[in-house]
Ligand binder design. Structure first.
Ligand SMILES: Cc1ncc(COP(=O)(O)O)c(C=O)c1O
Length: 302
């Protein structure tokens, strides 16, 4: 946990960031990869000799590649076309096989979000149904995802001696925000919980969408729907790509934190919340992933 010094204006709340990009495979998804695999083994859904599959824009695929291959499983990741080549190479370095899936829609401008993953989830469903000894991790609806982040939330409480006034996180499949919110609300019923989504999201959660229209429970809904129906999230705010990139550059250059673009989105929104709450309060967020996976993309720097 790091207290930000330079990017926080005077006269606002303190902002603390949990540097999840320092996890072994470079993102907060290491937590859910281990939790999902161990729970599936305990249930008997995942057995020696099985292949783990997942739909991922990068981080969950990388984390499953890391944890899965260490535990002796084959790992195959279905990734939307057009992601940076580093992400594919990182997964292949761990020994995973990467399939690139052609997308129906555009992913330009997205930080995270369900619409970019639907086509790859459909692919995973087909593979799971047609291939024996295959286990699809299903991060978007797997309760072990939220369970892993309840632990993240408890760590945050411990690291800040229970003094948390607000938690902010960008929403991909929702596990981080929902899990941390559950942990905080056990002890702090008044803690403010704010989600971030890309301003370019095609089906914005902040405008009432809880899933991509026309999709069923097999490929959509899941954690996001449960979280939004739970009433635990006070609000979801849009963050523009430009703001997210600008803040991630400031985090690297001014704070020395070598984190990715959604980290910039999270801190950009955390500063807004810190302004609203004023001094003497603690606003917490996460730095979800490492900048190594964006380096070939010129557009990801100011
Ligand atoms: C870079 C990055 N930031 C944030 C998130 C959001 O995390 P979650 O899926 O737990 O909502 C993700 C995951 O989708 C991600 O890959």
């Amino acid at each position: 946990m790091v207290k930000l010094r330079k990017v926080v204006p005077r006269g606002v709340s303190d902002i603390f960031v949990k540097a999840e990009y320092l996890n072994p495979s470079g993102s907060l998804k290491d937590r859910i990869a281990l939790e999902m695999i161990r729970d599936a083994e305990a249930r008997g859904d995942l057995k020696p000799g099985y292949t783990i599959i997942e739909a991922s824009t990068g981080n969950t695929g990388t984390a499953l590649s890391f944890v899965g291959t260490q535990l002796g499983y084959k790992v195959e990741i279905y990734m939307p076309e057009g992601m940076t080549p580093e992400r594919i190479r990182i997964m292949e370095s761990y020994g995973a096989k990467v399939h690139q899936v052609k997308l129906e829609g555009s992913i330009e401008g997205s930080v995270a979000g369900a619409e970019v993953e639907i086509d790859t989830r459909v692919k995973c469903l087909e593979v799971e149904r047609s291939t024996p000894r295959t286990w699809w991790a299903r991060q978007f609806s797997n309760p072990s995802n939220t369970k892993a982040h309840i632990k993240t939330g408890r760590e945050i409480l411990e690291q800040l001696d229970g003094k948390v006034d607000a938690f902010v996180a960008s929403i991909g499949v929702g596990g981080t925000l929902y899990g941390v919110a559950k942990a905080l609300r056990e002890r702090l019923p008044d803690a403010l919980i704010v989600g971030a989504e890309p301003a370019s999201a095609q089906y914005p959660l902040s405008e009432g969408y809880t899933r991509v229209p026309g999709t069923g429970d097999d490929v959509c809904g899941g954690i996001i729907e449960e979280m939004l129906n739970s009433g635990m999230v006070d609000r979801v705010e849009k963050v523009g790509n430009r703001e997210a990139i600008a803040m991630s550059d400031r985090l690297v250059r001014e704070e020395g934190l070598f984190c990715g673009i959604s980290s910039g989105a999270n801190v950009h929104l955390a500063v807004e919340v810190a302004r609203q709450l004023g001094p003497g309060r603690n606003v917490v967020t996460v730095l979800p992933d490492h900048r190594d996976r964006y380096l070939s993309e010129k557009k990801y720097t100011t």
